[in-house]
Design a binder for this molecule. Structure first.
Ligand SMILES: *Cc1c(COP(=O)(O)O)cnc(C)c1O
Length: 352
């Protein structure tokens, strides 16, 4: 820390992203990236847009918002476009938590970081012992609620009916539903924005659309909330989304069949991988995402993580007490899953 660093950030513990090692080639099952390249239409559109990088991107993001509006069946001014969905989440913590924030004790680690960064008091609500969210706990809270659906890193889905109960219980309290992984079999809550002006749904192109490196996310909500987010955007960085990324986003949306077929592949391979893990004795939480959260009873999560790394396979391990025995394993290709299962069989000495 330099002597210039504001003391109010002294205790800030930043988010720790999954490793992106450059030392050797790993089978990367640690950051929930897609194993597939972006749509050819996205790549071509980004290349075309590169020719105009001398110009600023359109701060209103009209073309991209238009394409998103058509895809999602909402109005253009119900959409906020941003530099990865982490940005809209950060803005929500910054500007939409007048009474603090509430979220599960086991969830996306960034929520806690954003709360600390923006000085928002955070209430952490324990998941049930089976790692599901108890909607009852969120009824009538005053704090802005943040729920990842499916939750991360558990992968467990909450039904739109349960989300609606939470929304309806307290119309003057905002609920943010983070749908980073919704395309892998879950049911979106975007349709609820018609009836609830206290709902903000966030989405990303990083996972199902194979564009993690492009940094593109968006939020869907009523016009008034979108305007608030635009106010924050125009007060930080009006050009938050670069023109290559915006063009790639439009290209990806013009190729929905590609996204859907990739998602179908992942869903199928998720079932295959789950079966393989269970046959090795793993306990696997039911996942609606492109990853599995699993533990081997009697085995140490960190030790397994390290042993897999030695086999050239990266998975994610978290140190917080409730989940330290678990591994979060991204679902990539079937070949990658087979390599993982073979390595685990070798490490544990078990037969598949
Ligand atoms: C990956 C992820 C995000 C954010 O992704 P971006 O790449 O910033 O769009 C948000 N929420 C959850 C739960 C995620 O796993």
């Amino acid at each position: 820390m330099s002597r210039f660093f504001d003391r109010k950030f002294e205790k800030l513990v930043p988010y720790v992203p999954g490793e992106q090692p450059q030392d050797r080639k790993y089978i990367k099952l640690n950051t929930n990236e897609s194993p597939f390249p972006p749509s050819a239409k996205a790549i071509a559109a980004a290349g075309e847009a590169a020719k105009n990088l001398n110009l600023y991107s359109d701060p209103e993001m009209r073309l991209l918002k238009g394409a998103l509006a058509r895809t999602l069946g909402v109005d253009q001014d119900e959409i906020f476009v941003c530099n990865g969905s982490d940005e809209v989440l950060s803005f929500a913590f910054m500007a939409l938590c007048p009474e603090g924030a509430a979220f599960p004790d086991v969830t996306y680690g960034f929520y806690e970081v954003f709360a600390a960064l923006h000085g928002v008091p955070a209430r952490k609500i324990p998941l049930r012992s089976d790692f599901t969210i108890d909607p009852e706990e969120y009824l009538s809270l005053r704090e802005t609620v943040f729920i990842a659906n499916p939750n991360a890193p558990t992968g467990i889905l909450l039904s739109p009916g349960d989300v609606e109960r939470i929304l309806a219980s307290s119309p003057d309290r905002l609920v943010v539903i983070d749908e980073a992984y919704i395309d892998f079999g879950g049911e979106s809550c975007i349709g609820l924005i018609k009836n609830y002006d206290n709902l903000l749904v966030t989405r990303t192109f990083s996972k199902s659309r194979s564009m993690a490196g492009a940094r593109l996310g968006f939020g869907v909500s009523c016009r008034a909330i979108i305007n608030d987010l635009e106010t924050i955007k125009y007060s930080t960085n009006p050009y938050n989304v670069n023109s290559m990324t915006a063009a790639a986003g439009i290209g990806a949306l013009a190729d929905e069949e590609y996204t859907k077929s990739n998602c179908r592949y992942v869903i199928e391979n998720r079932a295959y991988t789950e079966k393989g893990l269970k046959s090795l004795g793993f306990e696997v939480l039911p996942s609606g995402a492109n990853f599995l959260f699993a533990r081997l009873p009697g085995s140490d999560g960190e030790r397994l993580y390290r042993a897999l790394k030695e086999h050239g396979i990266l998975v994610r391990h978290f140190t917080s007490p409730r989940i330290k025995d678990f591994l979060r394993i991204t679902i990539g290709t079937k070949e990658q899953s087979n390599a993982l299962l073979d390595a685990l069989a070798a490490i544990t000495g078990k037969k598949q």
